[in-house]
Every structure is written in structure tokens, then in C-alpha cells.
Design a binder for this molecule. Structure first.
Ligand SMILES: [Zn+2]
Length: 210
């Protein structure tokens, strides 16, 4: 049995430097988009260039810079499922802002799936293991596929997410990173919500917050 070959590529918006990721099965061309930053047209271009078939949009959490592009992605890729942790589902289905501090008006979406910690979320030929990494936000998740972790705004290269919002929890953030992420081998790749790619080994050795 051969290993699934994956293509992972990021597009970052210029306002917040928020990463959206394309994860594509190089054999079937089934793909998912992880997070929907403020320049969704970059992701739409990337998907078209590669001839990928987007099967779902997965959300690490629902801060505005990670969901602002949802409507445009849906328009481009069709009514594919949007998957999110249950604690932040209402942000997507009811347009309730995640943060009291940022009361933006939000669009609402249907066809919303749950990302359930400890379970696998499957989209076409791609399967992601869901890990709960809250603290930056209540429904923060990390998605694992093969040797890649998509950590959202929990863990960054050399840093961790903010926990100064009213619904943040700094203790839970550290605990989630330690118990759900740092238990992985050194060579696992860390694809964060902002900034460059890292590895678990690099963060174990050099991240001053851990
Ligand atoms: Zn962010």
C-alpha cells in the first residue's frame, strides 16, 4: 500500500497575514480548504490552477480573519460542507460574532458539519483527525492529516495564540498545546494560522511560551 501523496499550499491575505491552506490528494485531486482569509480570490486562483476539486471547507476557529472569505469560496466551489467545532457553530449558522470585542455583522451558512475532537472528518479521499486545542477560542481545533498539523491560532512558529479576549483561556491554550500537540513526534509539520511552517521538534526546543 502506498502512502497518500498530499500537496499542501498556503495563501496569506495582506491585512492580517492569515493563512488559508489548500490540502490536495495528488492522485484523486480531492481537496479541502482550511480557513477562509480576507483574500479568498488567491485560494480560488490556486485551486483553479491545480485543477483541484474542493470537497469541504474546514475551520480551525471562527475569528473574522479566518472566515471572512467563506461566501466567496462557497460561490466558487459550490455548496460544499463547512466544518467547524460545535462550540463555534453558531458563528457560521446564525452569524453571531465569536468575539464581544468585534461585533461585526456576519453572513450565515447552511450545510455545516461538526468537527468532533477524537474523531475523523472525511472529505472525498482526505481524512483529518480532529484535536481540540481551545483557549484562543472555545472551539479551536487542530486538524491532523499524515505528517501535517493545521494548528490555527493555537500554536505558531515561535509563539502561541492570543488569550486576552473575553472568551479566551490562557491555561486551556497551554494545556491543549501540551497534551494534544506536543505529544507528536519531532518531524510533524506545523501549519499555523499565521506565519511560516514549523515542526513539533522546532517548537519543543525553541518556543519560549511552552
Ligand atoms: Zn487569526
Amino acid at each position: 500500500m502506498s502512502e497518500q501523496r498530499l500537496h499542501v499550499e498556503a495563501t496569506a491575505d495582506r491585512q492580517f497575514g492569515t493563512n488559508s491552506y489548500l490540502v490536495e490528494d495528488e492522485e484523486t485531486h480531492d481537496a479541502v480548504v482550511i480557513d477562509a482569509n480576507l483574500e479568498p480570490e488567491l485560494m480560488v486562483d490556486l485551486v483553479r490552477r491545480r485543477g483541484a476539486g474542493v470537497r469541504a471547507i474546514l475551520l480551525t476557529h471562527t475569528d473574522i480573519d479566518h472566515i471572512a472569505g467563506l461566501a466567496q469560496l462557497r460561490k466558487a466551489f459550490g455548496d460544499v460542507p463547512i466544518a467547524v467545532h460545535d462550540s463555534e457553530r453558531h458563528v457560521i449558522t446564525e452569524g453571531v460574532p465569536l468575539r464581544r470585542e468585534f461585533p461585526n455583522a456576519l453572513p450565515t451558512f447552511d450545510n455545516v458539519d461538526a468537527l468532533v475532537p477524537g474523531e475523523t472528518y472525511t472529505a472525498g479521499s482526505l481524512s483529518f483527525h480532529v484535536l481540540h486545542t481551545p483557549g484562543h477560542s472555545p472551539g479551536g481545533v487542530t486538524l491532523r492529516i499524515a505528517n501535517a498539523l493545521f494548528t490555527g491560532d493555537a500554536l505558531f512558529a515561535g509563539s502561541i495564540g492570543r488569550s486576552d479576549f473575553s472568551n479566551s483561556d490562557g491555561g486551556a491554550l497551554i494545556e491543549g498545546i501540551r497534551q494534544q500537540l506536543m505529544v507528536h513526534p519531532d518531524d510533524l509539520l506545523v501549519f499555523s494560522g499565521h506565519g511560516p511552517v514549523s515542526t513539533i521538534g522546532q517548537e519543543r526546543r525553541y518556543n519560549p511560551f511552552l
